[in-house]
Design a protein around this ligand. Structure first.
Ligand code: SF4
Length: 250
């Protein structure tokens, strides 16, 4: 675990992606709203649109006062505009009524409109520095390849993956560790992993299992969909197909 996190953070020091919501002076509003927008959308796509969005809607109050039609029109370029407009507006109305202050307790955070496990974790991490994982399909893919695959299909309810992700982000500064995992999963341990240049391959379960397959004359698996079809779906060797899961940035 320590080896994994220290190698990942070394990689992140030289390869981190720069986004507006990661700026040191990014407000809590910016951080949380960006996470809502990043769901099911590439970070690079959101990054292009984000500056104009926060210029028009710089805080919870302005967002709560936006009409649904305006919000939908504004969000159209990044897709899922109806759903995103409704989610953001509902959350903004609740937060404006709370004068922009998030509740302290997790039960109350979860009771905010359109706050699921992922956004709830993001709120706890950004607001209070809690070591909670931003566990999406990308983080799940990296953790499962390196440590071994989960038990349940839905990452939100898989106890092994949830515990594992929680432990990993608790070893270093949680925000940086979460970002390191997301960036690494996007550019190295992507759907088609770049194992040959990966700094984690020495101890990666997936790499070791596939190196064995390659030396024994079987083909190297390179695609996530192949993991699910592989007979090697037991823990430590491969990744299950991910369905009905929380998704976010790539
Ligand atoms: S060796 Fe390959 S599968 Fe393992 S973490 Fe690196 S890129 Fe991912």
């Amino acid at each position: 675990m320590h080896w994994f996190s220290s190698h990942l953070m070394s990689w992140f020091a030289n390869n981190k992606r720069i986004f507006p919501w990661r700026a040191s002076d990014a407000s809590l509003f910016v951080q949380v709203v960006s996470e809502v927008l990043l769901q099911r959308t590439r970070a690079e796509t959101v990054a292009k649109f984000f500056p104009s969005f926060v210029l028009k809607y710089p805080d919870w109050k302005s967002l709560s006062e936006a009409s649904n039609a305006d919000l939908e029109r504004f969000l159209k370029p990044i897709g899922l505009w109806r759903r995103r407009a409704s989610s953001l507006k509902n959350l903004a109305c609740a937060m404006a009524a709370r004068h922009g202050v998030f509740p302290l307790g997790r039960v109350e955070i979860d009771a905010l409109p359109n706050v699921g496990q992922y956004i709830g974790n993001a709120i706890e991490m950004f607001s209070f520095g809690k070591p909670v994982p931003l566990l999406d399909v990308n983080m799940a893919r990296l953790l499962e390849r390196f440590f071994g695959s989960r038990i349940l299909a839905d990452i939100r309810h898989d106890p092994y993956l949830q515990r594992l992700a929680g432990r990993v982000v608790d070893l270093q500064e949680p925000k940086l560790m979460n970002w390191a995992i997301l960036d690494f999963a996007s550019s190295v341990c992507s759907i088609k992993p770049r194992c040959e240049t990966c700094p984690l391959r020495k101890r990666c379960s997936f790499y070791k299992a596939n190196a064995l397959e390659t030396t024994s004359g079987k083909k190297l698996l390179t695609n996530a969909s192949e993991f699910g079809l592989s007979p090697q779906t037991k823990r430590g060797t491969a990744v299950r197909p991910i369905s009905n899961s929380t998704t976010k940035q790539e």
